[in-house]
Ligand binder design. Structure first.
Ligand code: SAH
Length: 454
């Protein structure tokens, strides 16, 4: 097989990253993006490796029953969604299978798998958008999303994952740029000013934050921009200019200047109120986060007087949602701003039994263990790289009855479950949870129990 060969292929499985997979007669796996299990395809080979290859759909000879027609004109161009060509039910099956495969094959763990928790909304569920701006060769304004694995901006008017109101913010921004000829940032040269449009919406409170990331301090005719935003957006709460002069892929710089309102919005989660600044971590799919936390709470099974340790706590949301059910809450988080937010969030909600530590989870856990802290329940919500073996060993030393592991990466979760298994903790139950419909991501909540505990 070589590049540009055209082959006939039946798609028999799917990767959770959004490719269909078919096998050739000589047992070579061919990965084909945007294909569906059951498709009969004519495929053009684009890259050949030793035991597998990548192809592109040349023609759909006979479509799979699970195919639907994608409801977004940017699908296949923009790097956001990978599953708009199959039904949501099918997507959930693929995601549940990915979690199960990882836990069983990588972790060697055989346990109870609950059905995947699908998201109530599978469109318009995001409360945050970060849209890069640029200029095309013909100087046309580009604003939208990057293409897959690239920094090429795909110009979009709307995104099906975002609330409708973001579309209006995009329109106003476009019209402001056209009216004033605003200076747009160029990634290649590092010149120009306006880099990103960043929008956040409180889903329950309906409070809207609009933030512009500027290579410099501000924009010419900011007053006009704010006037245009206020006229078009009755729920506009605040406008912030963020200054980022670095030549970097990191979107936000460290400095914010509030141009309208007070620089923050708030929203509700599990009956608690949280303050959200441009820098705060906040769950993207709020209502599904409530369901995820509800599952974590069920697994934590608190009775009222326990010590709860919430590692990788971010702005404290998971732990705070359970603070009333335990005696004492200790949260650990490495980002200073997030710890400050967590403390403030505790105060806003009248939570008095919480303490937050700014440190690496593993080091803090070790220190707490040395101080003789013995949590009854430990919650872990690490970033993609997982928690690792050292932390698992430290947790064993603290001997909690239960560990609730919230994961955004099935592979590192599976590895960590294996470490837990080797260190006296049995995986009791796994529940996959879809926080990001139509994208390649899947989260999982897991209950672990100390092996000799009752
Ligand atoms: N539990 C929170 C946030 C989870 S995101 C929520 O549900 O909202 C993971 C968090 O882990 C991030 O806030 C990140 O800053 C933090 N983090 C990353 N590495 C860490 C480390 N080594 N020690 C402690 N926290 C870390």
């Amino acid at each position: 097989m070589k590049k540009n060969d055209i082959i006939r292929l039946t798609i028999t499985s799917a990767t959770a990253e959004g490719s269909g997979v078919g096998k050739t007669e000589d047992n070579m796996a061919v990965f084909v993006p945007m294909s569906a299990v059951g498709d009969e395809l004519s495929v053009r080979i684009v890259k050949v490796k030793k035991t597998y290859a990548f192809g592109k759909i040349e023609e759909i000879i006979s479509p799979s029953d699970s195919r639907i027609s994608p409801d977004c004109p940017y699908f296949s161009k923009c790097g956001g969604c990978v599953w708009r060509h199959i039904s949501y039910e099918n997507e959930l099956e693929v995601k549940a299978q990915k979690v199960r495969d990882a836990v069983e094959r990588i972790g060697g763990i055989h346990t109870v798998f609950q059905p995947i928790m699908g998201s109530e909304k599978n469109n318009r569920y995001r409360n945050k958008a970060q849209l890069p701006l640029g200029r095309a060769k013909d100087r046309r304004l580009l604003m939208g999303f990057y293409a897959f694995h690239s920094h090429r901006i795909i110009d979009c008017d709307d995104c099906a994952l975002q609330p409708e109101v973001f579309r209006t913010v995009m329109e106003v921004t476009r019209s402001f740029v056209q009216k004033t000829g605003a200076d747009i940032y160029d990634e290649a040269t590092g010149k120009g000013r306006l880099r990103h449009l960043y929008i956040r919406l409180g889903e329950v409170t309906d409070e809207l934050m609009v933030c512009y990331v500027i290579n410099g301090n501000g924009l010419k005719q900011e007053d006009l921009l704010i006037k245009m935003l206020r006229e078009a957006l009755p729920n506009l709460k605040t406008v912030v200019f963020n200054s980022n002069r670095e030549k970097t892929n990191v979107i936000l710089g460290r400095k914010n200047r509030v141009a309208y309102g007070n620089g923050v919005i708030s929203d509700m989660l599990c009956g608690l109120r949280f303050k959200i600044s441009p820098f705060s971590f906040w769950q993207i799919n709020r209502s599904q986060a409530e369901r995820l936390y509800e599952k974590a709470r069920e697994y934590a099974n608190l009775k009222g007087d326990e010590v709860l340790l919430d590692l990788y706590c971010g702005t404290g949301t998971i732990g705070l949602s359970m603070a009333r059910d335990c005696g004492k809450l200790i949260g650990v988080e490495i980002i200073e701003d997030a710890v400050r937010d967590a403390e403030e969030n505790a105060a806003i909600n009248g939570v008095e039994n919480a303490r937050f530590i700014c440190a690496d989870a593993s080091e803090a856990a070790e220190q707490l263990r040395n101080e003789g802290v013995r949590p009854d329940v430990v919650i872990l919500d690490p970033p993609r790289k997982g928690c690792g073996e050292a932390l698992v060993k430290t947790i064993r030393g603290m001997a909690p009855h239960r560990v609730v592991y919230v994961s955004c990466d099935p592979a590192t979760l599976a590895r960590d479950l294996k470490y837990f298994d080797e260190n006296g903790y049995q995986t009791e139950e796994v529940t996959p949870c879809d926080m990001f419909p139509r994208t390649a991501h899947v989260e999982t909540v897991v209950l672990l129990r100390r092996k000799n505990a009752r």
